[in-house]
Ligand binder design. Structure first.
Ligand code: NAD
Length: 317
């Protein structure tokens, strides 16, 4: 029997890459759900899902995870992959209540939906930001959590809610902590997308701090493989799993790599460090390797080149 997978946030960056992968070979029924949140333009999200229109294994619903009636309108479902969220660290400091309402309230609403419908598998998009200012890298799942933004704390709250519903109602809950995901379709607010765009258009790139902050960038196809493995995972009822790349790179080195990829020099607009931004992220991925057979295989050069090709095509350049 083909599983029916609900993907919330299906029109977003990671969601649309996941839909593409799940529809390959017709292995699943895929139900996409998204409210086209105005964080970035609706047109970009519509473009993300337009290739799936007409696929007989795909249905799309426009709706809000905060609204019970929107969820009750959905088809039968076996597995929920919950990616919908207000994303972004810095904007969460400006509007913390909204982040709480969408991320925490919306996730609880979806868990209640799972309980009502007797859906027994729930995969949740958590974030490396929950580790916050923990200096002991690489981070393992049982390390100390020191979040420093409303966004990060909202993700941590959702992990705990997942534990409650797993314990009380036997819903298998897998929280996957993503580490700065990049690749075709990447959100326009994120560094790699912003940097390519500005360099190509001869505009200065804003660099926060002295360039020594570092990130464990993960290519979206690798993240998607980890999510797919979590969809089929059945060995335990509650797990928190890092999906990083286990390779960290400084902001300065990232800029140098982007310059090499697009063959142009960046003009740097140096800005002060931003509140809520963590100095580093770096994943220990032993648990993902063991439980999900997760082996990220895309190196930064190849990933940046793929992003660049996608960007030129998407902009019709
Ligand atoms: P994205 O913004 O491209 O996708 C999120 C989607 O959720 C959007 O299409 C948006 O319209 C939808 N959405 C927002 N609020 C909604 C609501 N109330 N109801 C229904 N849909 C709603 O972001 P992304 O980068 O694809 O991230 C996907 C998930 O992964 C998010 O939960 C994010 O917090 C998490 N995450 C992403 C990264 C990353 O580097 N991209 C890192 C860690 C965690």
């Amino acid at each position: 029997m083909k599983k029916r997978i609900l993907i919330t946030g299906a029109a977003g960056f990671i969601g649309s890459n996941l839909v593409r992968s799940l529809l390959k070979d017709g292995r699943y029924w895929v139900i996409g759900f998204d409210n086209f949140d105005p964080f970035y333009p609706r047109a970009e999200k519509e473009k993300n899902i337009s290739p799936f229109e007409g696929d007989r294994n795909f249905r799309f619903y426009e709706g809000d995870i905060r609204h019970r009636a929107d969820l009750d309108a959905l088809d039968d479902i076996d597995v929920i992959v919950h990616l919908a969220a207000k994303a972004g660290v810095r904007p969460s400091i400006k509007d913390p209540i909204l982040y709480q309402e969408v991320n925490v309230g919306g996730t609880q609403n979806l868990l209640e939906f799972a309980r009502r419908r007797d859906i027994k598998q729930f995969v949740f998009a958590s974030s490396s930001s929950v580790y916050g200012i923990n200096e002991n890298v690489p981070w393992s799942e049982d390390d100390k959590l020191m979040p420093i933004s409303p966004y990060a704390s909202s993700k941590l709250s959702c992990e705990m809610l997942g534990h409650v519903y797993s314990h009380l109602y036997g819903i298998r809950f897998l929280a996957l902590r993503f580490f700065t995901v990049y690749g075709p379709g990447q959100r326009p607010d994120l560094a790699i997308h912003k940097f390519f765009k500005s360099i190509i258009n001869d505009q200065p790139i804003p660099v926060f701090g002295d360039g020594s902050t570092s990130r464990d960038y993960t290519y979206v196809e690798d993240t998607v493989k980890g999510i797919e493995a979590a969809i089929s995972y059945e060995s335990s009822d509650f797990e928190i799993i890092n999906l990083g790349n286990h390779r960290t790179i400084t902001l300065q080195d990232l800029i140098t790599s982007i310059e090499a990829s697009c063959g142009k020099k960046a003009v740097i607009d140096r800005q002060p460090e931003q509140p809520g931004d963590v100095p580093q992220t770096y994943a220990n991925i032993h648990k993902a390797q063991k439980l999900l057979k997760y082996h990220p295989s895309t190196d930064l050069k190849m990933g940046l080149d793929n992003f660049y090709s996608w960007y030129l095509k998407a902009q019709d350049l």
